[in-house]
Design a protein around this ligand. Sequence first.
Ligand code: ADP
Ligand code: MG
Length: 345
Amino acid sequence: MPFLVLDGLDKSFQSNRVLRELSLEIEKGEVLALLGPSGSGKTTALRLIAGFEAPDLGRIRVDGEDVTGLPPSRRRFGMVFQHYALFPHLTVGENVAFGLEGTGKEESRRRVAEALAQVDLPGFEARRVGEISGGQQQRVALARALAPEPRVLLLDEPLSNLDPTLRERTRRELRTAIRKIGITTVLVTHEQEEAFHLGDRVAVLHGGILHQVGSPEDLYERPATRFVAGFVGRASAFPGTYEGDGKVRLPSGEAWAGEPAGDLKPGEPAELVVRPESLVFIPGGLPGRVTERRYAGPVSFFLVALDGQEVEVMAPSGAASEEDAVSVGLGTSGPRPRIFGVGKA
Ligand code: ADP
Ligand code: MG
Protein backbone atom coordinates (compact mmCIF):
# COMPACT_ATOMS: atom_id res chain seq x y z
CA MET A 1 0.00 0.00 0.00
CA PRO A 2 1.41 3.46 -0.85
CA PHE A 3 2.23 5.57 2.20
CA LEU A 4 1.26 9.02 0.89
CA VAL A 5 -1.64 9.29 -1.54
CA LEU A 6 -2.75 12.41 -3.40
CA ASP A 7 -6.10 11.67 -4.94
CA GLY A 8 -7.46 14.13 -7.52
CA LEU A 9 -6.23 17.37 -5.92
CA ASP A 10 -7.66 20.43 -7.60
CA LYS A 11 -6.92 24.03 -6.64
CA SER A 12 -7.86 27.41 -8.11
CA PHE A 13 -6.99 30.93 -6.99
CA GLN A 14 -9.90 33.05 -8.26
CA SER A 15 -10.26 31.94 -11.90
CA ASN A 16 -6.69 30.62 -12.10
CA ARG A 17 -6.81 26.82 -11.96
CA VAL A 18 -3.38 26.07 -10.56
CA LEU A 19 -3.65 22.30 -10.03
CA ARG A 20 -5.77 19.92 -12.10
CA GLU A 21 -6.71 16.58 -10.61
CA LEU A 22 -3.25 15.84 -9.28
CA SER A 23 -2.96 12.18 -8.28
CA LEU A 24 0.25 10.61 -7.01
CA GLU A 25 1.14 7.61 -4.87
CA ILE A 26 4.37 7.64 -2.90
CA GLU A 27 5.80 4.58 -1.21
CA LYS A 28 7.10 4.56 2.34
CA GLY A 29 10.71 5.73 2.36
CA GLU A 30 10.54 6.91 -1.24
CA VAL A 31 11.91 10.25 -2.41
CA LEU A 32 9.63 11.79 -5.03
CA ALA A 33 10.94 14.84 -6.89
CA LEU A 34 8.24 17.17 -8.18
CA LEU A 35 9.80 18.88 -11.20
CA GLY A 36 8.37 21.71 -13.27
CA PRO A 37 9.09 25.21 -14.53
CA SER A 38 8.33 28.27 -12.45
CA GLY A 39 4.58 28.75 -12.02
CA SER A 40 3.69 25.12 -12.74
CA GLY A 41 2.02 24.64 -9.34
CA LYS A 42 4.78 22.86 -7.40
CA THR A 43 4.67 25.02 -4.27
CA THR A 44 0.88 24.94 -4.28
CA ALA A 45 0.96 21.13 -4.38
CA LEU A 46 3.38 21.07 -1.43
CA ARG A 47 1.28 23.56 0.56
CA LEU A 48 -1.80 21.38 0.00
CA ILE A 49 0.08 18.32 1.23
CA ALA A 50 1.34 20.22 4.29
CA GLY A 51 -2.13 21.62 5.02
CA PHE A 52 -1.38 25.34 4.57
CA GLU A 53 -3.99 25.44 1.81
CA ALA A 54 -7.14 23.36 1.36
CA PRO A 55 -7.83 21.67 -1.98
CA ASP A 56 -11.07 22.55 -3.80
CA LEU A 57 -11.43 18.86 -4.62
CA GLY A 58 -9.56 15.68 -3.79
CA ARG A 59 -8.19 13.86 -0.77
CA ILE A 60 -4.80 13.37 0.89
CA ARG A 61 -4.09 10.16 2.77
CA VAL A 62 -1.09 9.15 4.86
CA ASP A 63 -0.60 5.60 6.03
CA GLY A 64 -4.28 4.92 5.33
CA GLU A 65 -5.47 7.98 7.31
CA ASP A 66 -7.38 10.77 5.54
CA VAL A 67 -5.67 14.00 6.62
CA THR A 68 -7.40 16.35 4.15
CA GLY A 69 -9.27 18.25 6.89
CA LEU A 70 -6.45 18.31 9.45
CA PRO A 71 -4.47 21.47 10.26
CA PRO A 72 -0.71 21.34 9.50
CA SER A 73 0.26 20.74 13.13
CA ARG A 74 -1.78 17.53 13.30
CA ARG A 75 -0.41 15.99 10.10
CA ARG A 76 3.06 15.34 11.51
CA PHE A 77 4.79 16.49 8.33
CA GLY A 78 8.09 18.35 8.33
CA MET A 79 8.56 21.16 5.84
CA VAL A 80 11.59 23.10 4.67
CA PHE A 81 10.42 26.23 2.89
CA GLN A 82 12.12 27.72 -0.14
CA HIS A 83 13.37 30.68 1.91
CA TYR A 84 13.99 28.74 5.09
CA ALA A 85 14.51 31.50 7.60
CA LEU A 86 16.67 30.52 10.53
CA PHE A 87 16.56 32.89 13.49
CA PRO A 88 19.95 34.61 13.36
CA HIS A 89 19.92 35.66 17.03
CA LEU A 90 19.30 32.10 18.25
CA THR A 91 21.80 29.27 18.44
CA VAL A 92 21.68 26.29 16.13
CA GLY A 93 20.19 24.20 18.95
CA GLU A 94 17.49 26.80 19.68
CA ASN A 95 16.61 26.94 15.99
CA VAL A 96 16.26 23.17 15.77
CA ALA A 97 14.17 23.10 18.98
CA PHE A 98 11.75 25.63 17.50
CA GLY A 99 9.12 23.10 16.47
CA LEU A 100 9.33 21.21 19.75
CA GLU A 101 7.37 23.48 22.10
CA GLY A 102 5.30 21.33 24.40
CA THR A 103 8.02 18.67 24.49
CA GLY A 104 9.80 18.14 27.82
CA LYS A 105 13.27 19.59 28.28
CA GLU A 106 15.17 16.30 28.29
CA GLU A 107 13.21 14.90 25.36
CA SER A 108 13.69 18.16 23.44
CA ARG A 109 17.46 18.02 24.06
CA ARG A 110 17.56 14.42 22.85
CA ARG A 111 15.63 15.18 19.66
CA VAL A 112 17.76 18.22 18.82
CA ALA A 113 20.93 16.16 19.25
CA GLU A 114 19.53 13.34 17.15
CA ALA A 115 18.32 15.67 14.35
CA LEU A 116 21.72 17.40 14.22
CA ALA A 117 23.43 14.01 14.03
CA GLN A 118 21.10 12.99 11.20
CA VAL A 119 22.23 15.96 9.11
CA ASP A 120 25.86 15.32 10.02
CA LEU A 121 26.22 18.32 12.35
CA PRO A 122 26.64 16.53 15.68
CA GLY A 123 27.45 18.80 18.61
CA PHE A 124 26.59 22.02 16.77
CA GLU A 125 23.94 23.07 19.36
CA ALA A 126 25.82 26.05 20.80
CA ARG A 127 27.00 27.50 17.50
CA ARG A 128 25.60 30.79 16.23
CA VAL A 129 23.73 30.66 12.92
CA GLY A 130 25.92 33.50 11.64
CA GLU A 131 29.15 31.58 12.14
CA ILE A 132 28.27 28.47 10.10
CA SER A 133 28.35 28.18 6.31
CA GLY A 134 25.35 28.46 3.98
CA GLY A 135 25.40 24.71 3.35
CA GLN A 136 25.41 24.05 7.09
CA GLN A 137 22.52 26.49 7.57
CA GLN A 138 20.57 24.54 4.97
CA ARG A 139 21.15 21.38 6.99
CA VAL A 140 20.11 23.13 10.22
CA ALA A 141 16.81 23.99 8.48
CA LEU A 142 16.51 20.30 7.60
CA ALA A 143 17.26 19.30 11.20
CA ARG A 144 14.56 21.73 12.40
CA ALA A 145 12.04 19.96 10.15
CA LEU A 146 13.22 16.51 11.32
CA ALA A 147 13.30 17.18 15.09
CA PRO A 148 9.55 16.64 15.66
CA GLU A 149 10.00 13.21 14.00
CA PRO A 150 7.64 13.79 11.07
CA ARG A 151 6.04 11.03 8.99
CA VAL A 152 6.72 12.84 5.73
CA LEU A 153 9.36 15.39 4.76
CA LEU A 154 8.42 18.19 2.34
CA LEU A 155 11.19 20.26 0.75
CA ASP A 156 10.51 23.30 -1.45
CA GLU A 157 13.55 24.10 -3.64
CA PRO A 158 15.81 23.41 -0.65
CA LEU A 159 19.03 24.33 -2.45
CA SER A 160 17.92 27.49 -4.26
CA ASN A 161 19.33 29.78 -1.56
CA LEU A 162 22.87 28.50 -2.10
CA ASP A 163 25.41 29.72 -4.58
CA PRO A 164 26.34 27.21 -7.31
CA THR A 165 29.64 26.12 -5.72
CA LEU A 166 27.92 25.14 -2.48
CA ARG A 167 24.85 23.71 -4.15
CA GLU A 168 26.46 20.60 -5.60
CA ARG A 169 28.07 19.60 -2.31
CA THR A 170 25.02 20.38 -0.22
CA ARG A 171 22.91 18.37 -2.65
CA ARG A 172 25.05 15.31 -1.98
CA GLU A 173 24.83 15.87 1.78
CA LEU A 174 21.05 16.28 1.57
CA ARG A 175 20.77 13.08 -0.47
CA THR A 176 22.89 11.15 2.02
CA ALA A 177 20.88 12.46 5.00
CA ILE A 178 17.38 11.70 3.65
CA ARG A 179 18.41 8.27 2.43
CA LYS A 180 20.05 7.36 5.73
CA ILE A 181 16.92 8.42 7.64
CA GLY A 182 14.75 6.62 5.08
CA ILE A 183 11.99 9.19 5.43
CA THR A 184 9.20 9.50 2.83
CA THR A 185 10.00 12.75 1.02
CA VAL A 186 8.44 15.05 -1.56
CA LEU A 187 11.01 17.45 -2.95
CA VAL A 188 10.10 20.36 -5.23
CA THR A 189 12.57 21.68 -7.77
CA HIS A 190 12.68 23.37 -11.16
CA GLU A 191 16.09 21.85 -11.95
CA GLN A 192 16.18 18.59 -13.83
CA GLU A 193 19.63 17.66 -12.58
CA GLU A 194 18.56 18.09 -8.97
CA ALA A 195 15.40 16.05 -9.55
CA PHE A 196 17.37 13.23 -11.21
CA HIS A 197 20.04 13.19 -8.50
CA LEU A 198 17.70 13.28 -5.51
CA GLY A 199 14.51 11.57 -6.64
CA ASP A 200 13.83 7.83 -6.75
CA ARG A 201 11.05 8.86 -9.08
CA VAL A 202 10.33 12.19 -10.72
CA ALA A 203 6.90 13.70 -11.35
CA VAL A 204 6.76 16.37 -14.06
CA LEU A 205 4.23 19.16 -13.57
CA HIS A 206 3.39 21.77 -16.20
CA GLY A 207 0.54 24.25 -16.03
CA GLY A 208 -0.91 22.39 -13.05
CA ILE A 209 -1.09 19.14 -15.03
CA LEU A 210 0.91 16.06 -14.14
CA HIS A 211 2.57 14.99 -17.39
CA GLN A 212 4.50 11.93 -16.27
CA VAL A 213 5.78 10.09 -13.20
CA GLY A 214 8.67 7.72 -13.52
CA SER A 215 12.33 7.00 -13.01
CA PRO A 216 14.82 9.42 -14.56
CA GLU A 217 15.38 6.76 -17.28
CA ASP A 218 11.65 6.61 -18.05
CA LEU A 219 11.46 10.38 -18.48
CA TYR A 220 14.59 10.67 -20.57
CA GLU A 221 14.20 7.60 -22.76
CA ARG A 222 10.41 7.37 -22.98
CA PRO A 223 8.92 10.84 -22.45
CA ALA A 224 5.11 10.62 -22.35
CA THR A 225 4.42 14.10 -23.72
CA ARG A 226 6.06 16.60 -26.03
CA PHE A 227 6.57 18.90 -23.05
CA VAL A 228 8.51 16.26 -21.08
CA ALA A 229 10.64 15.46 -24.15
CA GLY A 230 11.73 19.09 -24.39
CA PHE A 231 11.93 19.95 -20.69
CA VAL A 232 13.88 16.89 -19.54
CA GLY A 233 17.20 16.60 -21.35
CA ARG A 234 18.10 17.92 -24.78
CA ALA A 235 16.21 17.00 -27.92
CA SER A 236 15.67 17.98 -31.56
CA ALA A 237 12.30 17.90 -33.27
CA PHE A 238 11.79 16.80 -36.87
CA PRO A 239 8.33 17.82 -38.13
CA GLY A 240 6.60 15.64 -40.70
CA THR A 241 3.54 13.49 -41.28
CA TYR A 242 2.72 10.28 -39.43
CA GLU A 243 2.66 7.35 -41.84
CA GLY A 244 1.58 4.62 -39.46
CA ASP A 245 3.73 1.75 -38.28
CA GLY A 246 5.97 4.01 -36.18
CA LYS A 247 7.22 6.07 -39.14
CA VAL A 248 7.27 9.80 -39.81
CA ARG A 249 7.63 11.07 -43.39
CA LEU A 250 9.93 14.12 -43.35
CA PRO A 251 9.55 16.98 -45.88
CA SER A 252 12.72 15.72 -47.59
CA GLY A 253 10.84 12.55 -48.45
CA GLU A 254 12.63 10.17 -46.09
CA ALA A 255 10.71 8.13 -43.52
CA TRP A 256 12.28 7.95 -40.03
CA ALA A 257 11.24 5.44 -37.40
CA GLY A 258 10.34 6.04 -33.76
CA GLU A 259 7.99 5.08 -30.96
CA PRO A 260 4.57 6.79 -31.03
CA ALA A 261 3.67 8.36 -27.66
CA GLY A 262 -0.09 7.95 -27.57
CA ASP A 263 -2.61 7.44 -30.34
CA LEU A 264 -1.67 8.71 -33.78
CA LYS A 265 -3.48 8.25 -37.06
CA PRO A 266 -1.79 8.01 -40.46
CA GLY A 267 -1.83 11.38 -42.24
CA GLU A 268 -1.71 13.42 -39.02
CA PRO A 269 1.01 16.05 -38.59
CA ALA A 270 3.62 14.69 -36.21
CA GLU A 271 7.06 15.40 -34.77
CA LEU A 272 9.86 12.94 -34.32
CA VAL A 273 11.79 14.01 -31.22
CA VAL A 274 15.37 12.75 -30.99
CA ARG A 275 18.08 12.92 -28.30
CA PRO A 276 21.48 14.21 -29.48
CA GLU A 277 23.12 10.81 -28.92
CA SER A 278 20.57 9.15 -31.21
CA LEU A 279 21.65 11.28 -34.19
CA VAL A 280 24.80 10.54 -36.18
CA PHE A 281 26.81 11.99 -39.02
CA ILE A 282 26.29 9.46 -41.76
CA PRO A 283 26.46 9.52 -45.57
CA GLY A 284 23.08 9.69 -47.27
CA GLY A 285 21.31 11.49 -44.38
CA LEU A 286 19.83 15.00 -44.30
CA PRO A 287 22.33 17.57 -45.58
CA GLY A 288 23.23 20.42 -43.23
CA ARG A 289 25.95 22.69 -41.93
CA VAL A 290 27.56 22.80 -38.47
CA THR A 291 26.79 26.18 -36.91
CA GLU A 292 28.26 25.54 -33.47
CA ARG A 293 30.35 22.96 -31.73
CA ARG A 294 30.15 22.65 -27.93
CA TYR A 295 33.23 20.75 -26.87
CA ALA A 296 32.69 18.33 -23.97
CA GLY A 297 35.90 16.28 -23.94
CA PRO A 298 35.73 13.06 -25.96
CA VAL A 299 32.38 14.05 -27.43
CA SER A 300 30.99 17.37 -28.59
CA PHE A 301 27.48 18.70 -29.14
CA PHE A 302 27.12 19.95 -32.71
CA LEU A 303 24.35 22.35 -33.65
CA VAL A 304 23.47 21.66 -37.25
CA ALA A 305 21.33 23.86 -39.52
CA LEU A 306 19.20 21.58 -41.69
CA ASP A 307 16.77 23.00 -44.22
CA GLY A 308 15.10 25.63 -42.03
CA GLN A 309 15.67 24.09 -38.61
CA GLU A 310 18.41 23.47 -36.11
CA VAL A 311 19.18 20.08 -34.59
CA GLU A 312 21.73 18.87 -32.06
CA VAL A 313 24.03 15.91 -32.68
CA MET A 314 26.35 14.30 -30.12
CA ALA A 315 29.41 12.87 -31.87
CA PRO A 316 33.11 12.28 -31.27
CA SER A 317 34.80 15.67 -30.94
CA GLY A 318 36.85 15.15 -34.06
CA ALA A 319 33.83 14.27 -36.21
CA ALA A 320 33.31 17.77 -37.63
CA SER A 321 34.23 21.43 -37.25
CA GLU A 322 32.17 24.59 -37.36
CA GLU A 323 31.03 25.49 -40.89
CA ASP A 324 31.52 21.91 -42.15
CA ALA A 325 28.93 20.47 -44.49
CA VAL A 326 27.56 17.31 -42.86
CA SER A 327 24.87 14.73 -43.35
CA VAL A 328 22.66 13.77 -40.38
CA GLY A 329 20.85 10.47 -39.85
CA LEU A 330 19.43 8.28 -37.11
CA GLY A 331 21.98 6.09 -35.35
CA THR A 332 21.42 2.64 -33.95
CA SER A 333 22.35 3.46 -30.33
CA GLY A 334 20.79 6.02 -28.00
CA PRO A 335 17.15 6.24 -26.98
CA ARG A 336 14.60 5.42 -29.67
CA PRO A 337 13.06 8.61 -31.07
CA ARG A 338 9.57 9.47 -29.86
CA ILE A 339 6.71 10.48 -32.12
CA PHE A 340 4.21 13.10 -30.92
CA GLY A 341 1.12 14.36 -32.66
CA VAL A 342 1.36 18.09 -33.38
CA GLY A 343 -1.18 20.16 -31.48
CA LYS A 344 -1.57 17.45 -28.84
CA ALA A 345 -0.32 17.62 -25.24
P1 ADP B 1 5.72 27.00 -8.64
O1 ADP B 1 6.04 26.67 -7.22
O2 ADP B 1 5.72 25.80 -9.54
O3 ADP B 1 6.58 28.08 -9.21
P2 ADP B 1 3.22 28.03 -7.57
O4 ADP B 1 2.51 26.86 -7.00
O5 ADP B 1 3.92 28.93 -6.60
O6 ADP B 1 4.21 27.54 -8.72
O7 ADP B 1 2.21 28.93 -8.39
C1 ADP B 1 1.40 28.41 -9.42
C2 ADP B 1 0.42 29.48 -9.86
O8 ADP B 1 -0.48 29.79 -8.80
C3 ADP B 1 1.06 30.80 -10.24
O9 ADP B 1 0.38 31.30 -11.35
C4 ADP B 1 0.86 31.66 -9.02
O10 ADP B 1 0.80 33.01 -9.36
C5 ADP B 1 -0.49 31.17 -8.49
N1 ADP B 1 -0.60 31.30 -7.04
C6 ADP B 1 0.11 30.62 -6.10
N2 ADP B 1 -0.28 30.96 -4.86
C7 ADP B 1 -1.26 31.89 -4.99
C8 ADP B 1 -2.09 32.61 -4.05
N3 ADP B 1 -1.96 32.45 -2.73
N4 ADP B 1 -2.99 33.47 -4.57
C9 ADP B 1 -3.13 33.63 -5.91
N5 ADP B 1 -2.40 32.97 -6.83
C10 ADP B 1 -1.47 32.10 -6.39
MG1 MG C 1 7.60 27.42 -5.99
